[in-house]
Design a protein around this ligand. Structure first.
Ligand code: IVH
Length: 697
């Protein structure tokens, strides 16, 4: 989404209030979707770092515009929403997350904050328990009078899913605990899958043609949240216990004491847990675990430090979603070397070309990696990555591995710099790159197979051709079966009437209805037609502006041809349309420049009747058809209102003055535009004159 969306590319400090409003809505929707994919479907679509960036952007916008914070803001929730199918469980004590430390200094600050908060003397020691941060999913296990009665996922931190039956199948979950046990005891911990179990499971999945998991964490999550308990039972899941929720009696005086009790009750606890008396000891333990990390039988992504004294934990309490008494110290991303065999180009649904490294398969963080992203053209050039290079690949618990750098010493003597293709590997159309954009983009939108289905769906969508009975699903099916390739093929579907009638879910009547609906839409207003083409940045409003400006399909096509010359008057006219900026103009012209698109247009023009734009009835308006430019400060109305009123009277409102301008309405403070009007001999009116002219004085 990032590369396509001008709003997303705008820095937070440059957003207008309206932008921010729209962007917060977009972010809330996107983050919720990613949360669903990650937590509920175990099928994340973006890397963790990208996800974090979305959340950070959301927070930054909310900080700038606190009054715009939405009720469903992602900053209000910890993670997933509850999946359908499991009963909801409200956690008596919320399940929170942890703040992050990346550098040693962050750990030092964490300790300083604690000392300050508790007003400790300088020589008072603060003991810390350091334990590995397990990369799995957290669960809460509830015991009543020593019996395991309910197990739940974290969910959004407040409400999780009841997965009691599934958790019962884990060996690590005691079904009954004895000895001195509080009447109510909630033990919290991490369910994970061992690396060897993960490898074996994936092997089995592959052999059975079933879903192969990207990493042990996803495998654990997918296995635990099965509606069929038998499936969970067959999956090798493990547990480490490390915290508690609701309890009816105190458990210990220290975290270390609590861990001992857990052990006594039979819960698995992590053997790498250490009680540390100083920051040196903490960091030493951190380094030791990090260095031996690849040899651990399970994935970890950092260490968790917890204040040992529970009375201090109590006093320290929480800030928003995380405790003050604990922090996660993340490990740097795991990196390995491997050979880059080839660079291939992937074409996204919006036409963006993404370079992908085909690698000699290598294990990074317990996952075999054979492809990694190279991001874009500039990144390849910056790192000077070449085919045949030995490269460093990193995967930071992320879903998408990346090529970090190339090792120059190992470069073959005959290597050549990589040349980024200027045509689309899918359809051979030109791939262009606009100023300020990272991605090169295929311009063959209408014929490029990588983009075709999306384009065709757009073509028949509600604001475009809106063909009754022909929805996105049908388009996909017809495309897959080769009935349609280009937009014009849609109007040739009548030739496939018999075949369609025989398709599942169709029948003769539906096929006839479709043929009639297609016939009905063979005549279409110009603005709808323009919008249907799915040209980048050309939405319904812009399509209307173009239709209004150029009047007819022929007029528009001719003007676009002439405007290819950036010095021409046609180009001037195009960028003069109020609401069309240079970037939109470039997208329009790139579309017309691509021969494949012109073929499609010609094909459509031969099949359809595109109606000329009909200006709304403006009666005897004296300014109908006239081009007006407003400049300077208007006194009786805002610029926006002036524009709307003028348009309602049939005038065209332009952003700059040219020979074609009929009137310049100049308020106080009018500068260069008024001057230009004078030079060109264009009639200049005061606001009062204008109101008198249009009879609104
Ligand atoms: S303590 C109130 N200890 O990390 C704090 N969490 O980023 C409770 N995690 O949601 C968490 N290993 O899923 C704690 N040794 C450990 C952990 C651990 C993994 C996970 C847990 C938590 C997340 C926070």
């Amino acid at each position: 989404m990032t590369g396509d969306d001008p709003l997303r590319a705008t820095a937070v400090e440059n957003l207008t209030e309206l932008d921010a409003h729209v962007e917060l809505k977009n972010l809330a929707d996107e983050i919720a979707e990613h949360d669903r994919r990650y937590h509920r479907d175990d099928d994340p679509a973006i890397a963790d770092a990208e996800y974090d960036a979305l959340r950070q952007r959301n927070t930054a916008i909310e900080q700038r515009f606190p009054h715009l914070e939405r009720p469903d803001s992602p900053s209000k929730s910890v993670g997933a929403t509850v999946a359908q199918g499991f009963r909801k469980v409200t956690h008596a004590v919320p399940m929170l997350s942890l703040g992050n430390a990346f550098e040693d200094e962050d750990v030092q600050e964490f300790l300083t904050r604690i000392r300050r908060f508790l007003s400790l003397d300088e020589d008072e020691p603060v003991e810390i328990v350091a334990e590995p941060k397990i990369d799995g999913l957290s669960v809460s296990l509830r015991y009543e009078k020593g019996k395991f009665v309910r197990g739940a996922t974290r969910g959004d931190g407040t409400t999780g899913e009841d997965i009691t039956a599934n958790l019962r199948t884990l060996d690590g979950v005691p079904k009954e605990i004895s000895g001195e046990v509080p009447d109510v005891l909630e033990v919290r911990g991490e369910v994970y899958m061992r690396k060897d179990d993960f490898a074996a499971l994936n092997q089995r999945q592959q052999e059975n043609g079933a879903k192969v998991f990207a990493n042990p964490r996803n495998a654990a999550a997918g296995s635990l949240r099965q509606l069929d308990t038998a499936v969970t039972a067959a999956r090798p899941l493990s547990l480490f216990a490390y915290a508690w929720g609701e309890i009816s009696a105190p458990l210990a005086e220290t975290h270390a004491g609590f861990i001992e009790r857990l052990k006594g009750w039979g819960f698995p606890v992590n053997p790498e847990t250490r009680l540390c008396a100083s920051i040196e000891e903490i960091l030493e333990h951190y380094t030791r675990i990090n260095e031996g990390r690849a040899g651990l039988p399970y994935d970890i992504d950092g260490m968790v430090y917890k204040v040992n004294r529970l009375d201090w934990q109590e006093r320290l309490g929480f800030v928003s979603r995380a405790p003050r008494w604990a922090i996660a110290h993340k490990f740097p991303a795991e990196k390995v070397q491997t050979m880059l065999k080839a660079i291939s180009i992937q074409v996204g649904r919006t036409g963006s070309l993404t370079p992908v490294a085909d690698l000699e398969p290598v294990t990074v963080g317990g996952v075999v990696v054979s492809r990694a992203t190279l991001h874009n053209e500039d990144e390849i050039a910056r790192k000077d990555v070449r085919v045949g290079d030995t490269v460093i690949v990193q995967r930071a618990g992320d879903v998408i591995p990346q090529v970090v750098e190339t090792i120059m010493d190992k470069r073959p003597a005959d290597s050549r710099p990589y040349v980024f293709p200027e045509t689309c590997p899918e359809c051979d159309s030109h791939a262009v790159r606009e100023e300020g954009e990272a991605a090169r983009r295929c311009t063959g939108g209408l014929i490029c197979p990588a983009q075709a289905v999306e384009r065709l769906k757009h073509f028949v969508s509600r604001n475009a051709f809106d063909i009754e009975g022909l929805g996105g699903k049908h388009i996909e099916a017809f495309w897959t079966d080769g009935l349609i390739k280009t937009p014009a093929d849609i109007f040739r579907l009548d030739g496939h009437r018999e075949a369609i009638a025989e398709r599942e879910g169709w029948g003769g009547k539906s096929a006839d209805n479709l043929v009639a609906a297609l016939d009905d839409k063979k005549t279409i207003p110009l603005d709808r037609f323009i919008y249907a083409l799915g040209i980048r940045q050309i939405g319904t409003a812009t399509a209307r502006l173009l239709a209004k400006q150029y009047g007819s399909l022929g007029g528009w096509m001719e003007a676009m041809d002439q405007a290819q010359d950036r010095e021409s008057e046609s180009y001037q006219d195009l960028t003069n349309i109020d609401g069309i900026g240079p970037s939109m103009a470039e997208d329009l012209l790139a579309f017309f420049e691509e021969p494949h698109n012109r073929d499609v247009l010609a094909d459509l023009a031969a099949l359809l009747t595109v109606e000329d734009f009909v200006a709304p009835d403006t009666g005897s308006s004296p300014v109908a058809g006239k081009t007006v430019v407003f400049t300077g400060t208007l006194e009786t109305m805002s610029r926006g209102e002036a524009k709307a009123r003028a348009e309602a009277l049939g005038a065209k409102v332009a952003g700059s003055v040219s020979k074609k301008t009929d009137y310049v309405v100049a308020g106080p403070g009018a500068g260069s535009k008024a001057k230009k009007a004078e030079e060109l001999g264009v009639t200049t009116l005061s606001e009062e004159d204008w109101l008198a002219l249009v009879g609104q004085a």
